[in-house]
Design a protein around this ligand. Structure first.
Ligand code: SF4
Length: 342
């Protein structure tokens, strides 16, 4: 069987330095390779023309660029496109491209499925099939047709990014460092359900925006929706987040899916105000998208407006997030690529 070549995308500059040292290539070629991968975005080592032919051949014996195109695309009536990428082990992961007036956002996945088991989420229902590598994560950004036009990336697709911290951190470095895409961290939002151990590292080691999925301000109720509440109660998560500065460059958003008769009344709104006090967060109210086999109901628009107005009146900035791509199962909580049974 032919030996599988290792992908170069997904590698940080220090990792590329190790590669070139190992192959006996000059140290500066690591920077050249990073430029080819992340700035010029080549798909073949042959295109790295400022490396000598001998060095390109040496590199190509063990490595490949590692780019691969989406295996399918579904287009929504609202312009949203859901891309499906098939990983080397036959798993499917999804990314959602969301064009807007002056923005083009890509929502990317960090894991194949998810082990967090949130009751309302289709990805959670399919179980966990492994972590994505930094190569597989960054490939989603590099290999969609609209890649060059992206203004923002959000880690809100399949998986809990803080459950795959090492690979997510490498991806963030590639996106923000000078030798990578050189993006401002303000163009990136990482979403988490509040897995505090690694969330603390994200807060310390990066300056990207953070979004926390809260969904209920009450411990018992949240526990019934999100098992993570047991290990990391949302009250503790907010306590930790209050120690960071979200009043200036960095933004903290709170995601709140609304369910009819469950978390959409005034008592919840007030409890949410109390929970968020002093955190400088803003709230995104999200309409629930019904999924098969889940006995939770969508709140009507009127109740969402009332809830939003209550929060705003109490000084908590809240907006209702417009749903995108619902017709192609690309909206929040609906991602579940068809995966190989393992
Ligand atoms: Fe995993 Fe996020 Fe779905 Fe929860 S909501 S099961 S963390 S993908």
């Amino acid at each position: 069987m032919a030996e599988v070549k290792k992908p170069l995308i997904g590698m940080t500059l220090p990792q590329l330095k190790e590669v070139v040292t190992e192959l006996g290539m000059p140290g500066f070629s690591a920077g050249q390779i990073a430029k080819w991968l992340y700035e010029k975005r080549v798909t073949d080592i042959e295109e790295m023309t400022n490396l000598s032919k001998a060095n390109r051949e040496k590199l190509a014996q063990e490595y490949c660029v590692g780019r691969y195109e989406p295996s399918s695309a579904m287009r929504s009536v609202d312009g949203t496109v859901k891309y499906l990428f098939t990983t080397a082990d036959g798993q499917a992961v999804e990314s959602v491209y969301i064009p807007d007036a002056d923005r083009a956002t890509l929502c990317i996945s960090s894991q194949k499925g998810c082990k967090m088991g949130c009751r309302f989420c289709m990805t959670g229902k399919q179980g966990f099939h492994g972590n994505l590598t930094a190569a597989e994560i960054i490939n989603q950004v590099l290999s969609i047709p609209e890649s060059e036009t992206l203004t923002n990336v959000v880690f809100m697709g399949m998986g809990e990014p803080m459950d795959n911290f090492g690979e997510v951190l490498k991806t963030l470095q590639i996106m923000t460092e000078k030798w990578g895409f050189a993006w401002s961290p303000k163009r990136i939002t990482v979403s988490s359900i509040g897995k505090l151990d690694t969330l603390k590292r994200l807060l310390e080691e990066t300056s990207v925006h953070v979004a926390i999925s809260v969904h209920s301000p009450y411990h018992e109720e949240r526990l019934g929706l999100m098992p993570v509440e047991k290990a990391y109660p949302v009250r503790e998560v907010m306590k930790c987040l209050r120690r960071y500065d979200f009043a200036h460059q960095r933004r903290l958003s709170v995601e709140y899916i609304m369910w009819n008769g469950l978390n959409d009344d005034e008592a919840h709104a007030q409890a949410l105000v109390d929970l968020l006090s002093g955190s400088n967060s803003r709230v995104n109210l999200i309409r629930f998208h019904a999924i098969p086999g889940v006995n939770l109901k969508t709140t009507d628009e009127g109740r969402m407006v009332k809830f939003r107005d209550y929060l705003n009146a109490k000084g908590v900035l809240a907006t209702i997030r417009r749903s995108r791509g619902e017709d192609i199962y690309a909206a929040c909580g609906m991602l579940a690529g068809k995966v190989k049974k393992s």
